[in-house]
Write a protein that binds this ligand. Structure first.
Ligand code: AHR
Length: 498
């Protein structure tokens, strides 16, 4: 058993867009209320923003955060979330069957994002709303002054526009569960008309059209082709969403799921290029993988929740070491497609299928998946290099030819660093790994971080937040222009070189 990889600075996939390390906050469960916003919490500032949560978010260096949904947005009136808080309506929220108090909305989120060091990626409602609100929300958010909506924003205390650059044209409109679900034709037309007026209000914005909610959707491929037929000239990105779970408790298959993510990205890229060819267009459509993660632990308990509560504990997956390895593999998949995927959002950020958890009134801590995401965000910026890798493989009932090694190298020329991310999918054996650094000359190993453990099901909790944590004793060594490392069984590795 041995894996090898050649890393050459001239074999470049593409520049890693910083926005690959985006995330997502939806008005769902305790993401907002009890998560990022909890007035009265000992760590909350005067605006109700939890500083313990903000510290954990800032450590992740998240450049962009999608908001306010998700399924939520398809029934949301953005106007309910602006103006004096005591006059905002409490409403039934049909997507997640809760009560939305609207104590937090666009202006609060813009302030919070600034504090987090992130940009806002705003999703408009194309379920129950349409062109009228699409133009008005852009005018409210981005127009400087001298019009009804921009002056209203100023009267709400926000003289300066928020300048939200990236906008999603609805959410998962292909899904029958979506409020205002549409056929591809219906959605393509609505998205096009919304896109036109939004860009007439602010020509500097960029738009994301909804692709499929998952590779397995029955309308997949036809949906993308039809939607792009309508919107190709008016949007910059097409979205992809995908979550994986391990209901069968089959770790080898679960760890191989990222190969399906690769396939999904390749297929959507091909559809984009098909529409491009058909239209004789010179424009390249980029991808926004704006929901991705592991999601399955909370499915059963969510079914038992009483409806119409404010901020109940929904989608509170407690992540294992095994989940962190899958997240690591998914990050490597995104990096392998850095030439095409320009935005990606780990769904979500706090409490709801999230790397950061809180207790209402209590602690905030990092889940297992926090660490691979943090490593990729901190060290995975620069140019993604082609992973010329050789690895022994395994088969599962469902997925064959799964390499034990999943790996990619990122060259950060500015910092003079190369970082190798690698997962060993072998559950029982360590994997000898040799990296040929031919074009880089002499390097030094800065550190070899490892996330590993004897128990694949180990988790972090409020009581023991450090059960699963990376250590820096990976032991990668340099031998001339070669790195030699032993990748521990079932491990996530970050080998940093300068
Ligand atoms: O992230 C949780 C949910 O997953 C989102 O609301 C929806 O867009 C997707 O189905």
């Amino acid at each position: 058993l041995k894996a090898t990889m050649i890393v050459d600075k001239d074999f470049v996939i593409g520049n890693v867009d910083d926005r690959l390390y985006g995330s997502f906050i939806e008005h769902l469960g305790r993401a907002v209320y009890g998560g990022i916003y909890e007035p009265g919490h000992p760590e909350a500032d005067a605006r109700g923003f939890r500083q313990d949560v903000l510290r954990l978010v800032r450590e992740l260096r998240v450049p962009i955060i999608r908001y306010p949904g998700g399924n939520f947005v398809s029934g949301y009136d953005w106007k309910d979330g602006i103006g004096p808080v005591d006059r905002r309506p409490r409403k039934l929220e049909l997507a997640w069957r809760t009560v939305e108090p609207n104590l937090f909305g666009m202006n609060e989120f813009a302030d919070w994002s600034k504090a987090a060091g992130s940009e806002v990626m705003w999703a408009i409602n194309l379920g129950t709303q349409g062109i009228e609100d699409a133009r008005n929300v852009v005018e409210y958010a981005n127009h400087p002054s001298g019009s009804y909506w921009s002056d209203l924003r100023a009267s709400h205390g926000y003289q300066q526009p928020h300048n939200i650059k990236t906008w999603c044209l609805g959410n998962e409109m292909d899904g029958p569960w979506q409020i205002g679900h549409k056929t591809a034709e219906e959605y393509g037309r609505s998205a096009l008309e919304a896109a036109k007026v939004m860009k007439w209000v602010d020509p500097s914005i960029e738009l994301v059209a909804c692709g499929s909610s998952a590779l397995g959707m029955p309308t997949f491929a036809e949906w993308e082709a039809t939607v792009l037929d309508h919107t190709y000239d008016h949007v910059e990105y097409l979205s992809l969403h995908q979550y994986y779970g391990n209901h069968e408790n089959d770790a080898p298959t679960f760890l191989a799921r990222s190969l399906q993510m690769d396939e999904f990205i390749r297929s959507v890229s091909a559809i984009c290029d098909y529409v491009k060819a058909k239209k004789r267009s010179k424009k390249r459509m980029y991808l926004s993988f704006d929901e991705w993660n592991v999601w399955f632990h909370s499915h059963a308990s969510d079914k038992k929740l009483e409806p119409w509560q404010v901020a109940p504990p929904q989608l509170e997956d407690v992540y294992t070491l095994e989940d962190a390895l899958v997240v690591g593999c998914m990050l490597i998949s995104l990096l392998k497609h850095a030439d095409r995927v320009k935005i990606a959002c780990l769904a979500q950020l706090v409490n709801v299928i999230a790397p950061i958890m809180t207790k209402n009134g209590g602690a905030a801590w990092a889940q297992t998946i926090y660490y691979p995401f943090m490593h990729a965000s901190l060290y995975g910026r620069g140019q993604a290099l082609v992973p010329l890798a050789q690895s022994p493989k395994y088969d599962t009932k469902e997925i064959t030819d799964v390499p034990y090694l999943e790996s990619i190298a990122i060259h950060n020329e500015e910092a003079g660093e190369v970082t190798i991310f690698a997962v060993n999918r072998h559950l029982g054996e360590s994997l000898p790994f040799e990296v040929d650094l031919r074009s880089f000359g002499t390097c030094t190993v800065l550190e070899h971080l490892v996330l590993e453990g004897a128990d694949l099901k180990a988790v972090n909790t409020a009581e023991s937040p450090d059960t699963v944590k990376p250590h820096a004793s990976g032991g990668a060594k340099l031998d001339g222009a070669r790195i030699e490392a032993a990748l521990a069984p079932a491990s996530w590795n970050v080998i940093r070189l300068s």
